[in-house]
Design a protein around this ligand. Structure first.
Ligand SMILES: Cc1cc2nc3c(=O)[nH]c(=O)nc-3n(C[C@H](O)[C@H](O)[C@H](O)COP(=O)(O)OP(=O)(O)OC[C@H]3O[C@@H](n4cnc5c(N)ncnc54)[C@H](O)[C@@H]3O)c2cc1C
Length: 473
């Protein structure tokens, strides 16, 4: 079959991910049909018919590509010919170090670029089930995927593999935990399958600390649900920590904070309560706070959780939350280039894969656009190295998360890009210009700069080895 006879690639959903995916495909000379149900059918959060409408904040967060993980992702996207970042740069509004945009100008520019592209055909329709003869499809329908398509996806996976709400517990960078107060141990030293008997990080509390902590959880300011989220169910075994605290002073001590089977090597006195953190990624750089899903406001989480002994200086890779959100248990369901293992003609991109945020959604769209067009062109889809922000994000989505099943629910939860997803780096200067050993924030900054420099070098090397290095204008 010649290229001109080959079927177009179908992208379902013209949000952040789908718009970027369609652009990447077309820029490689491959025809694409972009299916978007708006404006005929809106989601609960969108209001226009524009592509890449920002449903809430107008900020794409930090643009610092030398010391910030999302800034690094921006810069990688620029080098990969991203339409989303190009349009953000062109519609920027003053916002300090952040890349914030005039939301209408941004969405209108993207809509214009896509609708005017000779290889992109736009279909304004809901796709409830991708027809059998679409053989290369990207599903980028986001956290508010229409019911008909969600039902189809659930039919292709299983009940537990497509979540309609997230229940996010905070994640802490391992190297910010004070191990002179915390310690490694599994409850009753149980090794379990694949464990060592010392798999959890434990943070002890005495009675006074515990009571003050419970009171702070109850008094802490909470976020409220939007009207259309009001029916968010609280799953058994997955209640917000503050709701458990409200049920009685002892509830947490007999739930996620139980002290039993744990011995504090730093203090012979028995702990009254213990907060446990469990490894979250294969690199061992991130640990999640077990059972700490919460609707406390972000500022309150940081303030209250830093009163936990051992977490006084905790750096959070992700804070907790609970939202309506349609997403797959991707590490189980998707292969290395984001194809559904059960039906490889379908690829997934954006928030539905379990990444979190505008930029991360667009970045996964960019990657799936490259993968799908490579396949169309008869090339091997190629993932950037895990040392790059793109590679690290894809690795987390497709397998680096350490799966645990609590109360029958998968533990995989939405994740922003953060430095904890990148392989650790040891090759950076540990001394300042004055010859003194770097400590605290100075050391952390030098390390972040080394991670960013390594990522951009590795991305450039990877790009120059590709058959189609940069998406041409
Ligand atoms: C209320 C809310 C607020 C958020 N606020 C922020 C924020 O401030 N900052 C941030 O970084 N992230 C935020 N997010 C998270 C996330 O980054 C955004 O939802 C982001 O838009 C996700 O990109 P996406 O491309 O995956 O999905 P979307 O941008 O939502 O795009 C999906 C598109 O698919 C279309 N669609 C759905 N089903 C079908 C179908 N069956 N057929 C055809 N089209 C379909 C939708 O109309 C939509 O245009 C928010 C999410 C929500 C729900």
């Amino acid at each position: 079959m010649t290229s001109s006879q080959k079927q177009a690639i179908h992208v379902i959903g013209g949000g952040l991910a789908g718009s970027e995916a369609a652009w990447q495909i077309a820029q490689r000379g491959v025809p694409v049909v972009l299916h978007e149900m708006r404006p005929g059918q809106q989601t609960d959060a969108h209001h226009t018919g524009d592509f890449a409408e920002l449903v809430c904040s107008n900020s794409l967060r930090s643009d610092d590509h030398e010391k910030n993980a999302v800034g690094l992702l921006h810069e990688e996207m620029r080098r990969l010919g991203s339409l989303i970042i190009r349009s953000a740069d062109a519609n920027q509004v003053p916002a300090g170090g952040a890349l914030a945009v005039d939301r209408d100008g941004f969405a209108v520019a993207i809509t214009k670029s896509l609708t005017e592209h000779p290889l992109i055909k736009v279909e304004r329709e809901e796709v409830g089930r991708p027809p059998d003869d679409w053989n290369n499809v990207i599903v980028a329908t986001g956290p508010l995927t229409s019911q008909a398509l969600a039902d189809t996806i659930r039919g292709l996976t299983d009940e537990a593999s497509l979540a309609f709400f997230d229940a996010i517990a905070p994640i802490v960078h391992r190297d910010s935990i004070d191990m002179s107060k915390a310690w490694f141990q599994s409850r009753y030293d149980k090794a379990g399958p694949g464990g060592s008997g010392a798999d959890y990080i434990n943070c002890p509390m005495d009675r006074t600390q515990y009571e003050a902590f419970v009171a702070a959880l109850i008094a802490g300011e909470k976020t409220t649900f939007k009207d259309w989220e009001a029916s968010t169910p609280y799953f058994d075994g997955c209640l917000p920590i503050e709701i458990m605290a409200e049920r009685g002073a002892e509830t947490l001590r007999h739930g996620p904070m139980k002290p039993f089977g744990l011995t504090n090597p730093h203090n012979p006195q028995k702990s009254y309560a213990v907060v446990q953190l469990r490894q979250d990624n294969k690199l061992g750089t991130l640990f999640n706070m077990v059972g700490f899903q919460t609707k406390l406001k972000h500022g309150e989480q940081t303030r209250i959780f830093r009163t936990i002994p051992g977490l006084e200086n905790a750096e959070f890779a992700r804070l907790g939350g609970l939202h309506r959100n349609t997403f797959l248990n991707s590490p189980k369901l998707l292969d290395g280039t984001l194809r559904l293992k059960a039906m490889p003609r379908l690829r997934f991109a954006g928030q539905i894969t379990g990444c979190e945020g505008y930029v991360e959604s667009a970045a996964t769209g960019l990657m799936t656009g490259r993968f799908a067009s490579a396949e169309w062109l008869g090339e091997e889809p190629n993932v950037p190295p895990a040392t790059t922000a793109h590679g690290a994000l894809i690795a987390y989505i497709t397998g680096d998360h350490v799966e645990m099943v609590d109360s029958g629910r998968a533990s995989y939860q939405p994740m922003n890009i953060n430095f904890g997803l990148l392989p650790p780096i040891t090759d950076f200067s540990t001394h300042g210009a004055d010859g003194k050993k770097l400590r605290g924030p100075d050391k952390a900054n030098v390390k972040k700069m080394a991670l960013c420099a390594r990522a951009l070098n590795d991305l450039d090397r990877w790009l120059s080895a590709q058959a189609h290095p940069v998406a041409a204008e």
